[in-house]
Ligand binder design. Structure first.
Ligand SMILES: Cc1cc2nc3c(=O)[nH]c(=O)nc-3n(C[C@H](O)[C@H](O)[C@H](O)COP(=O)(O)OP(=O)(O)OC[C@H]3O[C@@H](n4cnc5c(N)ncnc54)[C@H](O)[C@@H]3O)c2cc1C
Length: 532
């Protein structure tokens, strides 16, 4: 690679994980880092104004993936992913959840991920967190990732929490505290009513460091591997093909869809599959692209009465002025500001269902009926079904083939169906009931079993949390080594993003991805969480 530009570390992808690494690695002024991001700037109002996040879905800031037709639903599922600085943290719904103690202990005990148990990862959640309300041993108050209470809650948000409590859930004001179960307000990754993406937290404050170079609109098409060592990457810059040399390491942070795709394009993956696409094999690693899973989600919507729809409110001309001057009002809402975690089996520590509720109609994006509406999304937290990600071709511009295999395991369907029934029951009684008019989705709440099952299959989407496609572990399907996140069989190459999670945590995935990257930074630098 003589003649090409050279850096110590090349980070591929400026999303949740990539931004953390760009910051932590360049703390040492002698370490030279290049961050390559396929998308463009995050400086558009839809990114900054919390209530506008749905407008980013299917926009040019979204990779806009879709699955193949799902065998058990008969539908294709949309898989939005941020394509801009900040990655998916610049388009997500901002809900701040870490998951359950059992999730990380499960990584350690069931997947051989030594060093990733709850007590091991807690210091990294705390180090990252800058919580404006909560403190104590489980919370950080000075970390870069700002976390706050939603500054605007609609009357339906409050009424729904009261209904859920009347139904039997306990009130919970800290889902990241001692107990995850119960109903209450979510905290959000916002700062004074404005989105606080991982780019806001970690990247923007350090772009002037002389040892950090950030290039946007640069889509990496291959990791260059000589012998068994990653030595750089190739990317496209307009029409030109550019190679850069990494003297220390290449860090793949492209997310759960693009990182496994890039590994396979670079000759690291299941040998038969790569051979079928004419790709030279560097390492036969059968687990690359396997274990794809997400949280299946079903939206339930009612028309409402004697109240407003938050999107109608948000479109009033004075509301934008209110947000611009005070950072409050409906535009400061992330729409789904309250929710719950519950167990359909009576487990007292591990929920299997997460609920988000919104005072508008949201079903895989905003729906705009002519009357006010209320939505609850019911998500399965511990899906057993596993799908695959495979190359469609050896062309880096070609989208990979995604199969989430939703409901392949019938237990997944049974659990989420129980969650949907519980959600309809709790919402139809108590203080929320007086606001609910007739059902919109499904159009009646007394569907018999067959019609209910059909509705569920037709309307299943996901919580937009794909994970697991470059899983850490020690078994045959493991892609990265838990002690370093290095790709098995390749020197100088790590994967650091949501794809390394061997199993999804019970909750939203941005905070767990940030934690993963914080820990990875220490693994790379040989540091410990308390080190300066
Ligand atoms: C609509 C939506 C709502 C969500 N809501 C929430 C929520 O409320 N709370 C929550 O915790 N989580 C939420 N999530 C999920 C969460 O944001 C993601 O799990 C997390 O951001 C994943 O981080 P990552 O680093 O793995 O990938 P990403 O953040 O997606 O980053 C990957 C980056 O790599 C870039 N890239 C990819 N390929 C290449 C390449 N070849 N060359 C150069 N660059 C490349 C991408 O453009 C992107 O910027 C949501 C996600 C979406 C899409």
């Amino acid at each position: 690679m003589s003649g090409s530009e050279s850096f110590d570390f090349v980070i591929v992808g400026g999303g949740s994980a990539g931004c953390v690494l760009a910051n932590r690695l360049t703390l040492d002024p002698t370490v030279r880092v290049l961050l390559l991001e396929a998308g463009g700037s995050d400086d558009v109002p839809e990114v900054h104004i919390p209530a506008l996040f749905p407008l980013l879905i299917a926009s040019e800031k979204d990779w806009g993936y879709r699955t193949v037709e799902q065998t058990h639903t008969g539908t294709q599922i949309s898989v939005p992913r941020g394509k801009m600085v900040g990655g998916s943290s610049s388009m997500n719904a901002m809900v701040y959840i870490r998951g359950n103690r059992a999730d990380y202990d499960g990584w350690r005990d069931e997947f051989g991920a030594k060093g990733w148990g709850y007590e091991d990862v807690l210091p990294y959640f705390v180090r990252a967190e800058g919580n404006s309300r909560l403190a104590g041993p489980l919370h950080g108050t000075h970390g870069p990732l700002r976390v706050e209470d939603v500054t605007y809650l609609h009357e339906l948000n409050q009424a729904w929490v009261d209904s859920a409590i009347t139904w039997g859930l306990t009130r919970n004001d800290d889902f990241n505290g001692e107990s995850q179960l119960g109903a209450g307000p979510f905290q959000v990754t916002c700062h004074d009513g404005r989105r606080w993406s991982v780019a806001d937290a970690y990247l923007h404050p350090v772009t002037s460091r002389p040892n950090l170079t950030v290039r946007t609109h640069t889509q990496v098409s291959a990791v260059l591997i000589e012998g068994s060592r990653a030595v750089g990457v190739r990317y496209h810059d307009g029409n030109a093909e550019v190679t850069v040399h990494a003297t220390a390491e290449v860090l793949l942070c492209g997310g759960s869809i693009n990182s496994p795709q890039l590994l396979m394009l670079s000759g690291v993956g299941p040998a038969d599959h790569l051979r079928a696409h004419g790709i030279d094999i560097v390492v036969d690693l059968p687990g690359v692209g396997q274990n794809l899973h997400d949280h299946p989600t079903v939206p339930i919507i009612w028309f409402t009465r004697d109240t407003t729809d938050i999107i109608d409110q948000a479109m009033e001309p004075w509301v934008m002025t209110e947000w611009q001057t005070t950072r409050t009002g409906p535009l400061a809402s992330n729409l789904c500001g309250v929710g719950a975690f519950l167990s359909t089996t009576g487990d007292v520590t591990r929920p299997d269902i997460q609920l988000h509720t919104a005072p508008t109609a949201f079903a895989d994006g905003l729906v705009r009926p002519d009357r006010p509406t209320f939505t609850g999304t019911v998500s399965l937290l511990d899906p057993r079904s596993r799908g695959t990600l495979r190359l469609h071709s050896a062309d880096p511009e070609d989208r990979p083939e995604l199969d989430l295999a939703l409901y392949r395991d019938p237990a997944d369907f049974d659990t989420i169906a129980a969650g949907v029934r519980a959600f309809i029951q709790m919402s139809s009684s108590g203080p929320l009931a007086r606001f609910l008019d007739r059902p919109l989705l499904p159009d009646r709440n007394d569907l018999h079993d067959q019609a209910f099952a059909q509705f569920m299959r037709q309307r299943t989407q996901t919580m937009y949390h794909p994970a697991g496609t470059c899983a850490m572990g020690t078994g045959e399907q493991a892609v990265v080594d838990p002690s370093s996140l290095r790709v098995h069989g390749v020197d100088g190459l790590r994967v650091i993003d949501a794809s390394v999670m061997p199993r999804l945590p019970r909750g939203n995935t941005n905070a767990p991805t940030v934690m993963t990257a914080e820990k990875a930074a220490d693994l790379i630098l040989g540091k410990h969480p308390g080190d300066a």
